[in-house]
Design a protein around this ligand. Structure first.
Ligand code: ADP
Length: 592
């Protein structure tokens, strides 16, 4: 979106699906405007009959009928135009929302996750919705407000060109304060939109974080941030309003004073014999109808800006780069994973690589653990294997095939990524588990839930497996939600499992059940675990120590304890911590 034209072109492209309806809406609006002129013409004829003193009832009734018919045409076609423009506007809204949703599926998952829920919601719901009123009303109303003054002006020229000019004489006079008012409008509107977005995000943050705010007794300081954002927004708007209202009222005061000019000019023309009394009356009535529609157009200046911003923001999503997707499924002979000279930067900048030249092999059926200091790149390696982003340099292969050449659907069927962030959809627990394999029977779902140690706590719920996740979500512990996510992954039966080991929910009972469910999930699979507690990965086939984006050491537990001082220190720290733990009896090492 570089220039003014491009947002408009984008709008036209969204409107392509309903082009016919939009054009018809404009046509109906024009017919409606001309229908609105008929009563004027009828009144002119009736006046003429009276002044020429040959008014007869039949003729008066005839012209009255014409006036009513004209008015009916105006109302009917305006209604049709408005209906069509609303259908068009909602079709455009639908197209934009579908395109954004489609892009969120095709863009690198990481890029999508980098955006806050508040940002995405604000665009898909609020900004897109804001496009509707201007779009739906702009066509019928603005068409009329533009066509009416032009048509009246032409009509007046037919009577007398001097009266036509007199009727628009206030426009250039009002244009001066109007232009002063509009100085810097675009920049100010820019700032207005930025402040509005800021207020939005502060409100979302305040509401989303209310639990933390209360827990840490930060209500006052957080409220201050919220209060400051809302107040400065109000101050900005008032300041803008105060700087423009004088000019705005001056312009609006000058514009409708048409009669001050048309009346003397009209009387002069009448006294010189250039206008008949009927023509003078008509010219005065018509000239009064030129300005009101023009004044109503002013509203659309703002509306067009709202539309422009809405479309610009949605285009930022629609133009998000897509992850290239291979279209032909490939045959994977095995599920070895291989990272070959992988480097990666989240920002795309050379000097901000978070992984550098990582080489790693994970044979089929093996158990690999990623350990290391926080920020070392463990999660990044896992996300790259699941192709949340593409590597910056090097390649990742599964079964000897570069993952870029595996269609995303096939890759997703091959890799299960169980994170700590366990999202439950707003459907029953049974359906939430079935997401792992939509074709699974109820029995298969129950078996997976049992293997993931879910059936016990689900059994305690009043509606059991049919409990809506929304109701259950509030009652389920973090560990229970994670077990549902594991049941989902068990059902999926992907041959590769990536697991972000839970750091939370480590109460002994939950821990034991989670470890059991993980064992059920990972049996016979190629397993990669992002490990936070070293005792759970003692039996790993290989432990990979990542530090600052480099592989510091690789080996089994015994080897690393001898060869890597960093690992030995981490182990000592872990054992030390365990000695302090109230209960570590139940901690079960991961076995594959
Ligand atoms: P670990 O899992 O070992 O704690 P991560 O892979 O999460 O480490 O992070 C490695 C580095 O990448 C860190 O410096 C972190 O700040 C950065 N990072 C992680 N996620 C993102 C992201 N979505 N955008 C930008 N930088 C990120």
């Amino acid at each position: 979106m570089k220039d003014e034209q491009s947002w408009f072109q984008a709008l036209l492209s969204f409107a392509a699906r309903c082009k016919g309806k939009m054009i018809l809406s404009v046509l109906c609006s024009i017919i409606s405007v001309f229908g609105g002129f008929v009563p004027f013409f009828g009144v002119y004829q009736i006046l003429k009959l009276f002044i020429e003193q040959n008014a007869e009832w039949s003729q008066i009734l005839f012209w009255c009928g014409i006036c009513i018919a004209g008015y009916a045409v105006k109302l009917l076609f305006f209604a049709i135009s408005t209906i069509l423009s609303h259908v068009g506007a909602y079709t455009i809204l639908e197209t934009i929302r579908m395109q954004i949703a489609d892009k969120l599926m095709k863009a690198p998952l990481g890029d999508v996750m980098n955006k806050t829920i508040g940002q995405i919601k604000s665009v898909i719901v609020d900004r897109v919705e804001a496009i509707e009123p201007p779009l739906a009303h702009f066509i019928p109303e603005a068409t009329g407000n533009i066509v009416i003054p032009i048509a009246i002006f032409i009509f007046l020229i037919v009577f007398d060109w001097r009266m036509a000019l007199a009727s628009i004489a206030t426009i250039p006079l009002a244009a001066i304060p109007m232009m002063l008012m509009m100085r810097g409008y675009s920049e100010r509107y820019d700032t207005y939109m930025k402040s509005s977005s800021h207020v939005n995000s502060v409100i979302v943050e305040y509401v989303e974080g209310i639990e933390v705010v209360k827990a840490f007794n930060q209500a006052t300081s957080s409220y201050e941030k919220f209060d400051k954002a809302v107040s400065s927004f109000k101050d900005y708007i008032l300041d803008w309003y105060q700087s423009t209202w004088k000019m705005m009222y001056l312009a609006f005061a000058i514009l409708p004073t048409t009669l001050l000019i048309t009346l003397p000019v009209g009387l002069l023309l009448f006294s010189s014999g250039a206008l008949t009394p009927v023509e003078l009356c008509m010219c005065l009535i018509l000239s009064l109808s030129i300005i009101a529609p023009l004044m109503r157009l002013e509203v659309f200046v703002n509306e067009i800006k709202i539309m422009e911003y809405g479309i610009r923001e949605t285009m930022a999503y629609i133009n998000m780069p897509e992850l290239p997707n291979a279209d032909k499924p490939v045959t994977l002979l095995h599920t070895d994973i291989e990272l070959d000279h992988v480097s990666f930067s989240y920002t795309g900048k050379e000097n901000e690589m978070v992984l550098q030249d990582v080489n790693l092999k994970m044979p089929q059926g093996s158990f690999t653990a990623l350990v290391g200091p926080s920020g070392g790149g463990k999660s990044t390696v896992a996300r790259l294997i699941a192709r949340f982003w593409d590597v910056s340099e090097g390649s990742i292969k599964i079964g000897g095939v570069n993952i870029k050449d595996i269609p995303l659907k096939q890759l997703s069927d091959t890799v299960s990524f169980v994170t700590q962030d366990n999202f439950l959809f707003n459907c029953s627990l049974k359906e939430n588990i079935r997401l792992g394999d939509p074709s699974a029977t109820d029995e298969q779902v129950f078996a997976a839930a049992k293997a993931a140690c879910c059936d016990e706590f689900i059994g305690k719920l009043e509606k059991g497996y049919d409990t809506p996740a929304g109701d259950a979500g509030k009652r389920l512990s973090g560990g229970e939600k994670q077990r549902i996510a594991i049941a989902r992954a068990i059902l999926k039966k992907a041959p590769i499992v990536i697991l972000d080991e839970a750091t939370a929910f480590t109460d002994p009972e939950n821990e034991d059940k989670i470890q059991q469910s993980i064992m059920a999930l990972t049996k016979g699979k190629t397993l990669l675990v992002i490990a936070h507690r070293l005792s759970t990965i003692q039996n790993a086939d290989q432990i990979v120590l990542l530090k600052q984006g480099h592989i510091e050491a690789v080996g089994k537990q015994g080897e690393l304890l001898k060869s890597s001082p960093l690992y030995a220190d981490m182990w000592k720290a872990h054992i030390g911590a365990k000695a302090w733990a109230v209960s570590d009896e139940s901690e079960v090492a991961l076995h594959v």
